[in-house]
Design a protein around this ligand. Structure first.
Ligand SMILES: Cc1ncc(COP(=O)(O)O)c(C=O)c1O
Length: 332
């Protein structure tokens, strides 16, 4: 195993999360499918974002910050996880949210508010300026004597990226304990940090045989390849991984599974959510994990994954998004 020197980290997630078979559904027949249950990292803190936040919040505390500032859609899982982490750590939290306010608020926005985060709504047309909007908020906080820690979209800074590099160690320990061989790790890609971290972790472990497959739920392969390369360069520059590990890292981003578009589940997606819930008792979310599962089934069907052993579906959470689609999903 090559070295990774992750930044300081605090404990927010319930880990290790289980690695368990998905073997009941006829959908999965012929696939040696395992779910890495990162939807079980916590109740409020369910999902992949908390692995990044353990590092990001530690960095914020080390830098003497008293406020977390981040951004996302009104329905953002990352914003919700940041709001909860802030409450857990006694920090203030300001969320720059794309879209309209909802009253009464529901889903993630309700949880943001319950945790005392301050939402600030912006128009979709302002989204390209999100980083400068957050920088402005940081200045505003500084003018009042506070200190902000600005977290980019999805928690995907180089610090946050290391969360999934560390998670690979957990996966490899489980692989050994279960006596399986991991062929691929398929997951949703929304801001690139999860894919970037996994790729670094497997490179550090010298496991070039593992296919790290990110299913793009927004943007496209060219965009994410650029983001991931940048993050790898920044992780190496910060000394979290060697240049050799950053260069060795491999991943595949797959386009073609966005369906109707970001956060727009189509009839096939809704059906997949129902079937996996019914057959396996596992809830896919309508924005990320259902699209990742769609990509996984297509890749397995085409024989492009699973040839060397276990296909791991990284369940990245998102359950609170289900409730916004109650009328479309209700099977009755
Ligand atoms: C439930 C869920 N899955 C997957 C992702 C994608 O992860 P990443 O932003 O690291 O690409 C996100 C956030 O964007 C998410 O909220």
């Amino acid at each position: 195993m090559l070295d990774i020197l992750p930044p300081v980290r605090l404990t927010l997630a319930h880990v290790p999360t289980p690695l368990e078979p998905l073997a009941r559904s006829p959908l999965f027949e012929g696939i040696e499918l395992w779910a890495k249950r990162d939807d079980l990292t916590g109740v409020g803190l369910t999902g992949n974002k908390v692995r990044k936040l353990e590092l990001l919040c530690a960095d914020a505390l080390e830098k003497g910050c008293d406020t977390l500032v981040t951004c996302g859609a009104v329905t953002s899982n990352h914003a919700r996880a940041t709001a909860i982490a802030a409450a857990r750590l006694g920090l203030a939290c300001i969320l720059v949210l794309r879209g309209r306010d909802q009253r009464p608020s529901e889903g993630n926005l309700l949880l943001d508010r319950l945790c005392g985060a301050e939402p600030r709504f912006i128009q979709p047309s302002e989204w390209p300026d999100r980083d400068s909007i957050m920088a402005g908020i940081a200045e505003e906080i500084a003018a009042k004597g506070g200190r902000a820690y600005v977290i980019p979209e999805g928690g995907s800074s180089h610090v946050g990226t290391m969360g999934y590099a560390i998670c690979v160690r957990e996966l490899l320990e489980q692989e050994a304990a279960l006596g399986i061989r991991i062929d691929s790790v398929v997951h949703a890609c929304g801001s690139g940090g999860t894919t970037a971290g996994l790729a670094l972790g497997f490179a550090a472990a010298e496991r070039d045989d593992v296919d790290v497959v990110g299913i793009a739920v927004c943007n496209d392969k060219a965009y994410f390849d650029g983001v991931i390369e940048r993050l790898h360069g920044e992780c190496a520059h910060a000394g979290f991984v060697s240049e050799a590990v950053a260069e060795r890292a491999r991943w595949r981003i797959l386009d073609g599974f966005k369906g109707l578009g970001y956060a727009k589940p189509g009839p096939d997606d809704l059906d997949l959510i129902r079937r996996v819930a019914n057959d396996e008792g596992v809830f896919l979310d309508p924005v990320y994990t259902v699209k990742a599962m769609g990509g996984l089934l297509a890749e397995a069907g085409a024989g492009r994954i699973g040839g060397r052993g276990a296909t791991v579906f990284l369940h990245t959470g998102g359950i609170f998004g289900l409730f916004s689609f109650a009328s479309e999903l209700d099977p009755s």
